[in-house]
Design a protein around this ligand. Sequence first.
Ligand code: SF4
Length: 312
Amino acid sequence: MFDYVVPHGRQVVYTALTAIFLEALVEIILSETLGFCVGVRQVVDLAHECLKKASQKNIPAYSIGWFIHNQRVVKQLSELGLRHIEQPEDAPAGVALVRAHGITDELRNRFIQAGFELIDGTCRNVEYSQKIIRDVNKDDHIVIAGIAGHSEVTALSGVQDNDGVVIPSFVVQNTQDVNNLPHIGGRWVLMTQTTLPASEYKNILQAMKQKFGDSMIIGNHLCAGALRRNKALIDLCGQVEAVIVVGGKNSANTTALVHLVEDNGLPAFHVESAEEVTEQMRCYSIVGLTAGTSTPQSDIDEVYKALKGEML
Ligand code: SF4
């Protein structure tokens, strides 16, 4: 952790003088919002609880799938004993953590039936989205705006009704997919992956309105925390020459931050750790620093230090 200088409500950091250079090199401005979101903080805390509970009972501890999209955090927890499995058949029963993006009802039930004790790390925003789908009228049609195969979209596509039947849904990734939706009667409920880039959601929402008019209603919304993070990044782009984005290469929300920087006309550098910081990133006079929702503070601190030249 560093002592950041915080003038006028924004975080500004100047490099220290090194033994070699007598003048400050690169100015770094931190985004006002960066690092763990509420949902990720919760699931990481629960991962530790899962390990504790399993140890007390002398049974194995698991995470169902990647509990967050950050390899370093997953590796740290795995070194403590949290084993990654996908299916209940993969290992003997134990305590299993449900990831922040949630899982399908069918998978949840199979884990319970196989004797696993579940610790539910599903983010409350995703839990809310699943509840909306569960509560829709039988004749409604669910449309999920999101990336096909993303774990949150999978969790929303796998919600069951009270009879244990999967509630059907259409996944749309773009406006073309909306145009391809069938012309059938009834009400259309638009759900969204909570971390979808705002511009993509806006386009899909517009296309849905055009196609279905008053027959369409909005089910859930983009994550307010993710929107705040994006707004902070746009503000940051107005103050710097380039932006370093810290986070997992497999993290959709981190990649969306990279695209947001590029859309704002600035060079973006996506790094997972301090080892990936290069001299090129340090040749600007002023750079911004932001991080995805699953990036721990320690990674941000290390990248910051590397940008200062302290780790090169
Ligand atoms: S980004 Fe938002 S929806 Fe996703 S885990 Fe974090 S708080 Fe939950």
